[in-house]
Design a binder for this molecule. Structure first.
Ligand SMILES: Nc1ncnc2c1ncn2[C@@H]1O[C@H](COP(=O)(O)OP(=O)(O)O)[C@@H](O)[C@H]1O
Ligand SMILES: [Mg+2]
Length: 331
């Protein structure tokens, strides 16, 4: 299951991602957490101290390794240099599994010990607003997109991405890579405006989008959100003293999180599971090809000097049949 948290800066993406990740771990799910937010705070929100968070490897710094590994023996991808962030897998490509060990996880993932189990954390590494605007083959967030496009995930396996939604994620197709996108919105006009923009992109691609109200203070706040986003409103999360005391450097055990907030997290998991059941792998593959062709034409061919449309393996569908550890896509 692939899940994104998006929203305005300060809305609570990182906070809710981290709570959701803790909740999944408490439910014995297998989790890879990915920090792709412009402000890299997910590690800290998961309890890493400053030194541990600073020591996290940056996916952006390992792009050549990521590309080389995923390319495998795919004859349609001549070199890692011609592999752009939208290059889809095909026969011979290596696929990723949430639970396996592989060179990409060795280089880019670190195990984070939570109260209720371990998760793996990956981080893009710091980037700036200007990085988000450019359609670039060495884009840091592109490393995440490549991994998502090569990842075969089962129902009890979660990838949770804390994400900044820039124009890049719309142009590249990143925003279509998730079974569920949780748009975190404070009950303000600004919070809701991000929703409207996202919704517009999402509509054409059948992206499952739910609004999670955050810092909701009462029925008025919920009513406001309901009026603005209608049925897309999944739930409202209130102020959490648990979160606040964590921010004071006095973390308490996750089981002590407020009951209302625990229920909200369960509602998020239920919504994600319902949506995963509707996953259409063929459509999922088709969409990655669509965005690859778009990127090839608009900048990729020129940048690499290759015809990147030729990278598409027309017969290939990413799906659960490619289930083995360290799986290679069969002919
Ligand atoms: N439900 C909540 N209860 C208490 N504090 C919250 C809550 N949601 C967010 N915060 C606080 O608001 C600030 C911004 O949240 P953060 O998750 O970093 O936002 P984002 O990742 O969207 O920029 C943080 O200091 C965070 O602890
Ligand atoms: Mg954040």
């Amino acid at each position: 299951m692939k899940i994104a948290f998006v929203g305005k800066g300060g809305s609570g993406k990182t906070t809710l991602s981290s709570l959701f990740i803790r909740h999944l771990a408490a439910n014995e799910a297998h989790v890879i957490a990915v920090d792709a937010d412009i402000n890299q705070h997910l590690g800290a929100a998961l309890g890493l101290d400053e030194a541990e968070a600073a020591a996290l490897p940056a996916m952006g710094a390992h792009l050549p390794l990521i590309k080389d590994y995923l390319r495998g023996s795919n004859p349609r991808i001549a070199s890692a240099e011609t592999m752009i962030k939208t290059t889809p897998p095909g026969e011979g490509s290596r696929l990723l599994r949430v639970r396996e060990d592989n060179p990409i996880f060795d280089a880019c993932a670190r195990t984070v010990r939570l109260d209720d189990g371990d998760v793996r954390l990956m981080a893009t590494g710091p980037f700036t607003e200007s990085d988000l605007g450019v359609a670039c083959y060495h884009s840091k967030v592109g490393a995440v997109e490549l991994c998502l496009n090569h990842l075969v995930d089962g129902p009890d396996e979660y990838v949770v991405v804390d994400m900044t939604a820039g124009s890049d994620s719309f142009a590249s197709g990143m925003f279509t890579r998730f079974d569920m996108t949780f748009l975190v919105a404070e009950p303000t006009r600004k919070g809701v405006s991000v929703y409207r923009q996202y919704k517009e992109y999402a509509r054409d691609y059948g992206v499952a989008l739910k609004v999670v109200g955050n810092k909701v203070q009462g029925p008025d706040d919920l009513e406001f959100l309901r009026a603005e986003v209608g049925d897309d409103l999944l739930i409202g999360v209130g102020h959490s003293d648990w979160v606040r005391s964590m921010e004071k450097g006095r973390p308490s055990r996750f089981e002590l999180l407020e009951a209302d907030n625990r229920m909200a997290l369960q509602a998020l998991q239920d919504a994600a599971e319902d949506s995963y059941e509707l996953r259409d792998w063929e459509r999922y593959t088709r969409q990655m090809v669509h965005f690859h062709l778009k990127n090839a034409e608009s900048w990729g061919n020129e940048k690499t000097g290759a015809d990147l449309a030729a990278q598409v393996d027309p017969a290939f569908v990413l799906d659960e049949r490619h289930a083995g550890a360290g799986a290679t896509a069969p002919a």
